[in-house]
Ligand binder design. Sequence first.
Ligand code: TF8
Length: 339
Amino acid sequence: ASNGADTGNNDENESDTNGEEDSEYSSAEASYVIEAGIGLNNQHPQYEGLLRFKELVEEGTDGDVYVETYHSSQLGDDRQMMEALQLGSQEVTIPSTAPVTNFVEEYAILDFPFLFPNEEVAMDVLNGEMGDELLASLEDQEMVGLAWWENGYRDLTNSVQPVATADDFQGLTLRTMENEVHLAAFSELGANPTPMAFGELFTAMQQGTVDGQENPLATIYLEGYYEVQDHYSNTNHVYSPFVFLMSKQFYDGLPEDYQQLVRDAAQEAGEFQIEENRNQNEELLDALVEEGVEYTEVTDEARQEMADIVQPVNDRFAQEMDQDFVDRFYDAIENSEYN
Ligand code: TF8
């Protein structure tokens, strides 16, 4: 297993490894035990969402389904946890969609930079037919997609220079997620992208293996990146969803009423997580600046220039995908009432 817990430095409550103290139930008395793991630490709204899921499932089944929660990559990184779901040795994980492209190609469309004009459109499309289709496509991979959660718009931090325009990406060595679209897009901008698992990122920045990284504000602040990064820019370059995944083997073994219950719980806990995520954002920017990070505001004009530079990357990947799927996806964005 990975030792991600050691790489972040903001795990203020290390003893809270599995939410045990928040539950009146126990695994010994349950018919089903769900081991649920995430890569982020227990300060992130994603963990609060996971605890909400635990509460809903345990109360809804009167303790017959028990949920053990793990954070900080205690059970492995996103990719390893998805593999464990396929094997049936872990029941739940909630990765960003970017590493899911290694299992289902179509997920790559979600990594297209500057695809969704705002969060509401993104959630509208994901909770509609296109999102349902993406969830269903996981079944061939022995996983069941239960709900969409939100990581959020990704922003840039680095330890070298303020990034205000596309030119400022030149020469920066940036950690990216393990995803072809991200690799291509950052190369196109003139940076040196270095894909690596999330659990290795903090140390890589600390040791100077990479100059910077990109993640939503909540991760940047709550994982303590201000200790190793000097500059933050609100590039908003990619909207990053989380997808709530369950092992198909485990799901298929549940009675039908429990299947519906975990589905509803994942959805409801997700709505809570998304609200928490969005509420925190403004506060977090102030807190980041308070820690001494220099904030560079990216203008709409500069963002448009970045978008124009990476557009050929989107077009190239779109061409390699099922044309009908891509067309319908773009239509769904355009036709969203939040657009
Ligand atoms: C990344 C992602 C991650 C999440 C999480 C660790 O940068 O944004 O923060 O997928 O599961 O790797």
